[in-house]
Design a protein around this ligand. Structure first.
Ligand code: ADP
Length: 225
């Protein structure tokens, strides 16, 4: 693949609550190409989460054009979820694991939309956890794992679907600096595996790992280098 994975043209997102409107993303034009590790930085409230959710097809843009691999994304929920499930995966600040399922069951759950035999799903979940250094945690519940291990389980759940683009919103917000570096290193290794990563973060420790930094202020992209 040579063209951009995502192309946004004059993208806007406005939250409307009664008569109150917040323009959280304003006039954003950008592309995310293959094998890029892109950071989105900026102060709290600058629109990072809204931008990620819009580019990740979780939110419907208020205005503007969005293309994924050259295809215009129509503004209906079903198209957006199909494209999202086929090509993207997400991780958040908290791993959002299901508390009563083991690590491997949590990861396997991400494959429930794929037409795969159960034993194939189980094997892929195990292999993914082992690849992220969690072979000793396959049958553990989230509460039996450290915060770093839980977050790596969340990453395994995202990666097991073999996404082209991984979107990560403050994935190290709950982690100490050692576990954060492990996560950044894991994300960087995804680029070597042919994926792209788009990560919103407050952690400037991530900058050396990235290939590009997008800076946001008041809903706008004010620097992209
Ligand atoms: P960041 O991730 O940089 O902290 P956000 O995208 O969360 O920024 O927020 C951007 C702006 O949109 C802020 O002014 C925030 O208060 C507002 N906002 C975010 N989510 C909502 C929502 N669900 N409803 C209304 N306003 C929101």
């Amino acid at each position: 693949m040579t063209g951009p994975i995502i192309e946004a043209i004059k993208l806007e997102h406005t939250y409307v609550r009664g008569t109150n409107k917040v323009s959280a993303v304003r006039d954003v034009t950008l592309q995310i190409g293959p094998r890029e590790f892109v950071l989105v930085v900026g102060p709290s409230g600058s629109g990072k989460t809204t931008l990620l959710a819009s580019l990740g097809l979780l939110l419907s843009p208020s205005r503007g054009v969005l293309r994924v691999m050259g295809n215009h994304i129509a503004d209906d929920q079903r198209t957006r979820s199909e494209v999202r499930r086929a090509h993207f995966a997400m991780v958040f600040q908290d791993a959002r694991l299901i508390p009563y399922l083991s690590a491997s069951r949590n990861v396997e759950g991400a494959l429930s939309f794929r037409r795969l035999r159960r034993d194939v799903r189980q094997q892929r979940a195990r292999d993914q956890l082992i690849a992220l250094g969690l072979g000793h945690r396959l049958h553990h519940l989230p509460a039996e794992m450290s915060a770093g291990e839980q977050q790596r389980t969340g990453l395994a759940r995202a990666l097991v679907t073999d996404p082209l683009l991984l979107l990560a919103d403050e994935p190290t917000g709950n982690l100490d600096s050692g576990s954060s570096s492990e996560v950044f290193e894991l994300l960087r290794s995804q680029v070597a595996a042919g994926r792209s990563v788009l990560m919103a973060t407050h952690d400037l420790g991530a900058v050396p790992y990235a290939s590009r930094v997008i800076r946001m202020s008041d809903g706008r992209v004010v620097a992209d280098e």
